[in-house]
Design a protein around this ligand. Structure first.
Ligand SMILES: [Zn+2]
Ligand SMILES: [Zn+2]
Ligand SMILES: [Zn+2]
Ligand SMILES: [Zn+2]
Length: 465
């Protein structure tokens, strides 16, 4: 018979946190908000999940898992004889969706933390759990749910506030406030080993899908902001559908047109007028150097020319070789703009980077058009992350060149973990080839599997095999 442990005196919060991170990585989860029901679907051999009304309809019991008797949101148990668990959750209409999300993540926590296996008092569903023991296990499952749905180790890297947490992670306002006060100003070095794998998995989401997710969570029903206080977190340009997350913006940074003010979104009359189309999804346009902005680093100038790839020194506004700008400024009022802004969000005038956009987008469109060489190859999903990782870890000109070259490339991986990179010019191919050692070292570290070689081709010269 399995030896069982005694329930600890105090909750094992590090254990719960690490278990949450391990499972996020193991399950390959790569976007927020996380849906616990989708997670359960990924574990069909392990977890069965039924809504209360379905369990009743199936004749499972009069009051399955004593949900009503105990007034519980959900309960889980281990099925006799097989290694499978059952979660029953209350699906009555009066329970908000965000509460159910947390409840289910909490129940998944009980299961993945071994609460239904490891302890005599819980294993056979016998009862005999004291209040104190119960509270310890509840705290552990709560901690699991909180870290699984909204990993602190990621939050610590990103600029955020309670509303942002609420919008992005699908948890309740109260949970988001709590999360904010628990994580603000704290470091999570204890969980360092999970930081990079989680950043890698969620990198694409933060670079490409973040605004879309914010938008969908703001304009949720009736084609209106469900809470207009949050409308400023993401608006949409009604001319070009560009998402706008700058609260102070009066002009679209992608097309330069004037956009609806936050005030207009707040008034009922204009919301009604806007309502017809505002929920049609917008667009996340490609940014020059599409990258995740980490809390700790603000880059406001190119250290390497994005056009000819020559180094630019810190006192130069332009590349001394080709004249491309090193900083993005409004050509009307001279203020600094973000790398991603074609037009000034305050006055709508051109930015200095603006005219390079079309060229950049054409290169990216060309790269998008490349098909994998055969069925054995799949898109390598971590290229942007890898480029960024290289730049963060190699703060020299080799690191910067390689970063930039990879931003103008596309990569595939085959069944034997070979990597094939298509880049857009001979110059970039040379840069990557001369830094192959760095590239392979970083790939081996971030993929956590050994890589020994990388093939590099020029996109234009690619012909189907
Ligand atoms: Zn519980
Ligand atoms: Zn626009
Ligand atoms: Zn240049
Ligand atoms: Zn301006």
């Amino acid at each position: 018979m399995q030896t069982r442990q005694t329930i600890p005196d105090s909750p094992r919060l590090s254990y719960a946190t690490e278990t949450a991170y391990k499972w996020l990585i193991e399950l390959g989860i790569d976007s927020f908000p996380i849906s616990p029901l989708d997670v359960i679907d990924k574990l069909p051999q392990m977890i069965l999940c039924l809504s209360y009304s379905k369990a009743v309809a199936m004749g499972y019991a009069d009051d399955p898992c004593n949900i009503k008797k105990k007034a519980a949101d959900a309960r889980s148990l281990k099925l006799r004889g097989i290694n499978q668990y059952l979660i029953i959750y209350d699906d009555s209409k009066d329970k908000p969706k965000r509460r159910l999300t947390f409840t289910l993540a909490h129940e998944i926590g009980h299961i993945l933390l071994g609460h239904l296996d490891d302890f005599e008092e819980t294993a056979l569903n016998r009862g005999g759990l004291t209040n104190k023991m119960y509270r310890v296990l509840e705290k552990e499952a709560d901690c699991f749910a909180s870290e699984f749905l909204c990993p602190s180790v990621l939050l610590a890297k990103l600029p955020y506030d309670p509303d942002y947490i609420y919008l992005l992670f699908g948890i309740s306002e109260a949970a988001a406030e709590r999360k904010f006060s628990e994580t603000m100003g704290k470091s999570f070095t204890r969980y360092k080993q999970y930081e990079e794998p989680l950043l890698r998995n969620f990198y694409r989401f933060f670079a490409e899908d973040l605004e879309d997710t914010l938008f969908k969570n703001i304009y949720a029903s009736g084609n209106m902001p469900f809470n207009y206080e949050l409308a400023g977190y993401c608006r949409k340009c009604h001319w070009c559908s560009n998402y706008i997350t700058d609260r102070k913006a009066t002009h679209c940074d992608y097309c330069g047109e004037e956009i609806y003010s936050l005030g207009e979104l707040r008034s009922m009359a204009s919301r009604v007028k806007l309502g017809r189309y505002i929920r049609i999804p917008g667009k996340t346009h490609r940014k020059l150097h599409n990258r995740v902005r980490y809390k700790t680093e603000v880059i406001d100038r190119m250290q390497l020319c994005f056009k000819c790839f020559n180094p630019i020194s810190a006192d130069e506004e332009c590349c001394s070789v080709c004249g491309a700008p090193a900083v993005n400024r409004c050509m009307n009022d001279n203020r600094y703009l973000d790398f991603g802004q074609r037009y000034c969000p305050s006055c709508g005038a051109d930015g200095t980077f603006g005219r390079y956009y079309t060229e950049y987008e054409n290169i990216q469109d060309g790269l998008d058009g490349i098909a994998p060489p055969s069925d054995e190859w799949a898109e390598y999903p971590y290229l942007d992350y890898l480029a960024n990782y290289i730049r963060r870890k190699n703060k020299n000109s080799a690191g910067r060149s390689l970063y930039l070259a990879l931003m103008y490339s596309r990569a595939f991986i085959d069944d034997d973990n070979n990597i094939l990179i298509y880049t857009s010019s001979q110059k970039l191919k040379d840069i990557i080839e001369s830094n192959t050692d760095t590239l392979i070292d970083c790939l081996t570290l971030t993929d956590q599997i050994p890589h020994s070689k990388v093939d590099i081709k020029i996109a234009d010269s690619h012909a189907p095999p």
